[in-house]
Design a binder for this molecule. Structure first.
Ligand code: SF4
Length: 396
């Protein structure tokens, strides 16, 4: 029997943690900010961020993912989805420091695509991604062994979503596969199937089962029965050798904890509440949600669709709340009504780890000549991950 140790800290209220407003020293041991992390209540935070950024000048390039808080986006030199940001960083070789306001796998991709003399900084190391964490290098290596034993590995091409760790991207590169984004998943899958005998070819899709399934069924015309789900927590992935042989899409059992929360009920409820509403969702949502929506696409597609929408149109959006709120404010004076698809709070809690105090701390440290929270991918991983990313860039 174990004895509970007394807590030496006050537990942080769960709601605040989910909103990324506080730190939980018990669960975040090892995630330290050497030096002074400014207090969230410091009235000079905005001025301090501005001053540090000004002092660094062209030496720093700040990237802001679409799902970041407004207070952070304000200091971003560019905004975008993960892949656009990594490319933007690569196009700025004069920037010595890339401060990535996003999550860990995005900073890794930026490090892979930027020059060796550029240093990528993630303001808070606790900013991970629950989906990327659902596929570890060991689990994926074991899966490949199982596919090999079932006699299907030679017919299988891995296709990994951008939202995966550098290790998984490297695995994909090593085994002849490609990376995809939510914008080019269809092209990536078509390319992958062309690489193998059409009668036996398969794709191992990592780590988001929903994007894989939605693309295979909606865009490639497969049936749900063509897809099986590999569960890394079950012996043999929970699948028989026969199921693996019969499948065309082997979907990793991963999902986004934000987009996975939207349900068919949310779609039905919003249609009743707002007659004439257009439902627009991200393909990381569950298949039944995507099937019930009017429009489906990446964050860039969502933004472009709303830009082109006529005045007076009504929209319910199924993606991260920071972005939806920003779009609702941006288009309000054009007479476009934009609401969040779900009635409950749906921030990405890890994206929200990056807040103004952490950004100020990172910028001031860099301005003082101290590189903090550097994200650096080792050379071998970088080599194979880059191979997979380059295959994506060469997609027809
Ligand atoms: S929104 Fe989902 S996929 Fe994106 S970082 Fe958050 S958990 Fe990961």
């Amino acid at each position: 029997m174990t004895t509970a140790q007394p807590l030496d800290v006050e537990p942080t209220p769960l709601a605040l943690l989910l909103l990324g407003r506080e730190a939980d020293p018990k669960s975040e041991r090892g995630v330290e900010c050497p030096g002074e992390l400014p207090a969230p209540s410091d009235p000079d935070l905005v001025e301090r961020a501005r001053a540090a950024k000004e002092k660094l000048g062209d030496r720093v390039f700040v990237l802001g993912h679409h799902y970041q808080r407004d207070e952070v986006i304000e200091f971003a030199d560019v905004t975008g989805d993960s892949f656009k940001l990594a490319r933007d960083a690569a196009a700025r070789p004069e920037a010595e420091y890339i401060v990535f306001c996003g999550v860990h796998f995005m900073a890794e991709s930026a490090d892979i695509l930027t020059g060796d003399d550029q240093q990528v900084v993630l303001p808070d190391l606790a900013a991970g991604c629950s989906m990327a964490d659902m596929a570890t290098a060991e689990q994926v290596a074991e899966c490949w062994d199982i596919l090999t034993e079932a006699g299907v590995a030679q017919d299988t091409i891995p296709v990994s979503y951008m939202n995966s760790s550098a290790d998984i991207k490297a695995f994909t590169g090593r085994h002849g596969g490609t990376i995809c984004t939510s914008s080019n998943a269809e092209r990536a899958l078509r390319w992958a199937f062309e690489q193998r005998d059409p009668s036996a070819g398969k794709v191992l899709f990592l780590p988001d089962q929903h994007l894989g399934r939605n693309t295979a069924v909606r865009d490639l015309g497969m049936s749900l029965e063509d897809c099986v789900v590999y569960n890394p927590h079950k012996p043999n992935g929970g699948l028989t050798a026969e199921q693996l042989r019969d499948a065309r899409m082997i979907l990793w059992r991963g999902h986004c904890s934000v987009h996975g929360r939207f349900s068919l009920d949310s779609v039905q409820e919003v249609r009743e509440r707002i007659p004439g509403v257009n439902v627009l969702v991200h393909p990381e949502c569950k298949h039944e949600v995507v099937a019930a929506a009017d429009y489906v696409g990446s964050t860039e597609y969502i933004i472009k669709t709303l830009e082109a929408a006529p005045a007076g149109s009504k929209w319910a959006i199924g993606t991260e709340l920071n972005l939806v709120r920003r779009l609702a404010n941006r288009f309000a004076d054009q007479g476009k009504e934009i609401v969040f698809l779900d009635r409950t709070v749906c921030f990405c809690s890890t994206m929200n780890r990056i807040d103004l105090p952490h950004l100020v701390w990172a910028l001031e440290s860099l301005a003082a000549g101290k590189v903090v929270n550097r994200i650096q991918v080792d050379q071998e991983t970088e080599h194979f991950a880059k191979l997979a990313l380059e295959r994506m860039l060469a997609l027809p």
